[in-house]
Design a protein around this ligand. Structure first.
Ligand SMILES: Cc1cc2nc3c(=O)[nH]c(=O)nc-3n(C[C@H](O)[C@H](O)[C@H](O)COP(=O)(O)OP(=O)(O)OC[C@H]3O[C@@H](n4cnc5c(N)ncnc54)[C@H](O)[C@@H]3O)c2cc1C
Length: 394
């Protein structure tokens, strides 16, 4: 069997490596002309994502580029430490990685495994026959295989080919920004990740693997300003607006005062896509962000995508199409929808400023100790492991 994988972001190379392990050949077709090195800011790979990467031999390489996290520390808008959530398993903590580093790691491993990655090949259409599928690209070229896998991200073309009526992603009401400052001038601890929740917004920040101070934030905006447009408006203008928004809250005020446009990442409108109504049709199937995008508040986007890539490969290993696609969807849909539900709630709270109100209340530290039990909150999510060797049932 030969698979055509559309999209060479994060999910594409993982799918190719998992298919290789399952004995299935694949080639990746990526729209960008050159590699996407340098695109994007931080990604969190949660313990369940690390477990999934381990199945394709990438957990240890990930740890060489990642920055392990041991605690999520919550502070209020004045820098007061309200409490902390320890990682459930200190030996397998979440890893904070820069997307360009993760991208490089995955594509290098895929290339080393002999998987072909074609750049500058934007899928525009696909035609199916009884026993195969042909992908058509914007440059006029085409490629044929047995199955076509849409790993083409949140604005997926394959999703529309599978279901022309598929609802698109939904704008969250938030724009994404990040940046880094040289050194550690805020007394941060190397393996902690901080969330400062002020009255008007939150700021996430932590030390990077290099010992610099990285930060990221979401800014509410009625207008869904896409990444390209947001970058055209320019980092200086966004910095100005963020400084105004956060006022004198700590450490947002100090970090944004020290931030420079050159060291900023402007991501623009953040989208969610709870779960596409149809994940497959005929010989085409979706994986990763093309199928499901939980809110970035869950820190699970990349991890869910990686898990789905592994489950798709197992299903194709054990079953013929279309049973393989049906089994894959059955394995994945309940879990990704549960994560999406959880993320949507957190996001809505952010837009409405409810988290700010709750966390800044006098009772927040007590409430955190009494009600927020990490095992109960994250056990089902972080301790998840896929049994690669188990046969997938139809
Ligand atoms: C440029 C960029 C920057 C990002 N930055 C961050 C970040 O800072 N923090 C964060 O948490 N998440 C970020 N993300 C999202 C994150 O990578 C994904 O949520 C997650 O890793 C799942 O990956 P994915 O491979 O399914 O989707 P993506 O990472 O979006 O990859 C999809 C790939 O498909 C390609 N593609 C799209 N359409 C076509 C087509 N028609 N034909 C061929 N190829 C196509 C895209 O160019 C892209 O390389 C970013 C995504 C991108 C594309």
């Amino acid at each position: 069997m030969k698979a055509l994988i559309i999209g060479g972001g994060i999910t594409g190379p993982v799918t190719a490596l998992a298919l290789r392990k399952a004995g299935i050949e694949s080639e990746i077709f990526e729209a960008y002309q050159a590699s996407a090195d340098g695109a994007g800011g931080w990604l969190m790979i949660a313990p369940n994502g690390v477990n999934a990467l381990d199945l394709v031999g990438l957990a240890e390489p990930l740890r060489t580029i990642g920055r392990p996290n041991q605690r999520m520390v919550m502070t209020d808008g004045r820098g007061k430490r309200l409490g902390a959530f320890a990682e459930l398993d200190e030996h397998n903590p979440s890893q904070l990685v820069l997307r360009p580093d993760l991208y490089r790691l995955l594509t290098e491993h895929a290339a080393a495994a002999g998987i072909k990655i074609h750049h500058g090949r934007r899928l525009v259409d696909a035609t199916e026959t009884a026993d195969g599928v042909t992908a058509h690209f914007a440059d006029g070229s085409s490629a044929s295989g047995d199955v076509l896998i849409g790993a083409d991200g949140v604005h997926s073309t394959v999703r529309k080919l599978i279901d022309p009526n598929a609802p698109g992603p939904r704008y969250t009401g938030l724009l994404g920004f990040g940046g880094s400052l040289p050194g550690n001038n805020f007394g941060l601890v190397q393996d902690e990740f901080y969330f400062a929740q002020g009255k008007r917004g939150f700021l996430g920040y932590a030390l990077t693997a290099e010992g610099d101070t990285g930060w990221f934030t979401n800014v509410p905006s009625a207008e869904p300003i896409a990444g390209d447009e947001a970058r055209r408006i320019g980092a200086p203008e966004w910095l100005r607006r963020m400084r105004e928004l956060y006022g004198d809250e700590y450490p947002a005020h100090e970090m944004l005062a020290a931030a420079t446009p050159d060291d900023m990442v402007v991501l623009g409108a953040m989208h969610i896509m709870p779960s596409a109504p149809r994940w497959h049709r005929g010989r085409m199937v979706l994986v990763g962000d093309a199928a499901h995008v939980p809110s970035n508040s869950t820190g699970q986007g990349a991890s869910m995508s990686i898990e789905s890539a592994i489950q798709l490969a197992r299903s194709l290993r054990d079953l013929p199409v279309p049973q393989a696609f049906e089994a894959y969807e059955k394995l994945r849909r309940p879990r990704v929808e549960k994560v999406a539900e959880y993320g949507e709630k957190v996001n809505q709270d952010k837009v409405n400023g409810r988290i700010g109100q709750a966390v800044t209340s006098l009772l927040a530290p007590i409430a955190m100790k009494l009600f927020m039990k990490p095992e109960k909150m994250f056990g089902w999510l972080h301790r998840y492991e896929i049994n690669w060797d188990e046969k997938v049932a139809a």
